[in-house]
Design a protein around this ligand. Structure first.
Ligand code: ARG
Length: 572
């Protein structure tokens, strides 16, 4: 990738004068293209490290770069700007050469061989997947796709919440009040009803608590009946989850529930005790003190011997690090579990479970309704994900109906599903994941705002231009055509060239919103481009260049949206 090649040149140039370590030299696409194409803050790093004026360091590097063959051939000029940034302006011919390669996997495979494990979605069985889980599913899938697009081998793991005392309660509730037929008919909502009823009855009959614990104990000990019930509950839950995953176009390479790690839990506790990291309390519970890490103690075994969420995560780390040998493991889980992951990662590090694998909690905020209230509950009831998706499809159907009433009903339905799912996903992915996001239906489905339907519609328009153009001579004009190009052509060319670079940035920062922002900018610019300059009616050389730009823009939009998990349609 061009940024990486420039990075190597800057590092070489900087080393002639200053000592810097590997990761300290970066070349990134500039934010505002009025300042060039790429920028490096190496001189600022040097300034803060060695106390030399940043501008002086930047000038020294710039002078060295004048001798670089790569820089001379790729860049029109190199400037020192602001407090000491080094900015690079590409030659139009450099951009032009990249045009044919932008959506090819090989040139951008900068993460080849660096395996990453993305753990995402991870709903709890026997409960409906609610809008809170949707963010993990959408963000996690997009991140996995981004890494894959950069050549990384990616594992997609669903860490189902299928273990814990709540399943003892559910079993007890089922044994008391459950009907096989009802569970069969509406598995998850029936299981939820039983679970809620159990808690209500517990107020009147506190002994139920013990009954639940005993059922869980039996389950843990492998009691046939309880095992069978639990397996059945799990099967039915997964069946329902799969309906959403199919609708959202989400896949996993591994579905391993918390229960999978059950046989490894004792080993974790024994090992932590042996390493003297854990201590046994008087009541028999086992805990790891994390004072030195500035964290509260992490409980890993209850006084009754039962395991905890954290114990299962520790066992999972041990297993994953050994089995998958990933360079990093990303946990796509909401902000509210930050403390849990801080603790678990701290224990894993102390115990040496992580080895060289980087563990990272990729957190995100909540989804709020239009009134800024939590959307997760309504009248104390969880809003099921299915309802959200159905509403999105319904509203999208109206948009399609208004836009193109003559399409067949079947086609309209298909488009509505793609546009509806796209709207929900884009609404999430276009906002910084760390902030709470709002659910504004009108904005989500607007055809002329920063929304999936706008991007999808832009794609439809580009395709229609290309259809009208008919067969464009297979061999696109060489870079000589650039002599005839105007500002709009060149700026389109520059923006397109940024695609793999923005993809790289988005992956490095685990920020799908950076890719979304790029795609939005691209759509906006290409839409004004074909209004501002003649494309189909341009003189032959320019016509071929412009159609080429339009074609690549369409390809990039399609691929970029695909990476975000959003489909395109040919008509709308
Ligand atoms: N099942 C959990 C929940 O719904 C999320 C699991 C997150 N992943 C993990 N490794 N702890 O809250």
């Amino acid at each position: 990738m061009l940024s990486q090649k420039l990075q190597a040149e800057v590092a070489k140039a900087a080393h002639k004068h200053y000592q810097l370590s590997e990761g300290e030299v970066e070349v990134q696409p500039v934010r505002d293209m009025a300042h060039g194409d790429f920028t490096s803050n190496a001189a600022l790093k040097i300034a803060s490290k060695w106390g030399v004026p940043a501008k002086e360091a930047a000038e020294a590097i710039r002078r060295e770069l004048a001798d670089s063959r790569l820089v001379r051939s790729a860049c029109a000029r190199v400037e020192v700007a602001g407090p000491g940034f080094i900015n690079f302006w590409l030659k139009p011919a450099t951009c032009f050469k990249q045009l044919a390669e932008l959506t090819k996997p090989a040139p951008r495979a900068i993460l080849r061989g660096r395996r990453v494990l993305v753990e995402f979605s991870s709903p709890n069985i026997a409960k409906p997947m609610h809008v809170g889980h949707i963010r993990s599913t959408i963000i996690g899938a997009a991140l996995a796709n981004m890494f894959q697009a950069l050549g990384a081998p990616v594992l997609r793991l669903n860490h189902l919440g299928d273990w814990g005392t709540q399943f003892g309660k559910l079993i007890a509730a089922y044994k008391r009040w459950g009907k096989r037929e009802q569970v069969r008919r509406q598995p998850i909502s029936e299981m939820l009803r039983l679970y809620v009823k159990f808690h209500e009855e517990m107020k009147r009959e506190p002994e139920l608590e013990v009954e639940g614990q005993q059922e869980f104990l039996r389950l843990e000990k492998g009691n046939r009946e309880n095992r069978a019930l639990w397996n059945w509950f799990k099967r039915e839950s997964v069946k329902e989850f799969n309906v959403f995953y199919r609708r959202l176009g989400v896949n996993f390479t591994h579905v391993l529930g918390e229960s999978f790690y059950e046989p490894m839990l004792k080993g974790v506790v024994t090992d932590l005790l042996r390493q003297k990291l854990a201590v046994r309390n008087e009541d028999g519970s086992v805990v790891v003190h994390l004072q030195a890490e500035g964290l509260p103690p992490c409980l890993i075994q209850k006084s009754d011997g039962g395991s905890l969420y954290a114990t299962r995560d520790l066992a999972a780390i041990r297993y994953r690090v050994k089995r998958f040998k990933a360079q990093q493991i990303l946990y796509v889980v909401g902000n509210e579990q930050s403390l849990h992951f801080d603790q678990v990662f701290a224990v894993a590090k102390l115990a040496g479970y992580a080895g060289n694998t980087i563990l990272r909690h990729v957190k995100f905020g909540q989804i709020l309704g239009e009134d800024k209230q939590k959307l997760a509950t309504r009248e104390g009831r969880i809003i099921p994900l299915g309802e959200v998706l159905d509403k999105a499809r319904e509203l999208a159907r109206k948009v399609v109906q208004a836009k193109n009433p003559s399409l067949s009903a079947k086609l309209k339905d298909r488009i509505a599903e793609t546009v509806g799912m796209g709207a929900v996903k884009y609404n999430d992915l276009s906002q910084n994941r760390l902030t709470d996001i709002t659910f504004n239906w009108e904005k989500m489905l607007s055809l002329d705002g920063n929304s999936a339907p706008y991007l999808q519609y832009s794609y439809v328009r580009l395709k229609s231009i290309l259809r009208k153009a008919g067969k464009v001579s297979g061999r696109a004009a060489g870079s000589a055509v650039l002599a005839h190009a105007n500002e709009a052509d060149l700026s389109m060319l520059r923006l397109l060239t940024r695609y793999p670079e923005q993809l790289r940035r988005a992956a490095e920062e685990q920020g799908p919103h950076l890719l979304a922002a790029y795609l939005y900018e691209l759509a906006t610019q290409v839409n004004s481009f074909y209004h501002a300059v003649p494309v189909l009616k341009a003189e032959p050389k320019l016509r071929s260049l412009r159609l080429n730009l339009v074609r690549v823009a369409a390809d990039v939009l399609k691929e970029g949206l695909g990476i975000l998990g959003i489909g395109v349609v040919e008509k709308m």
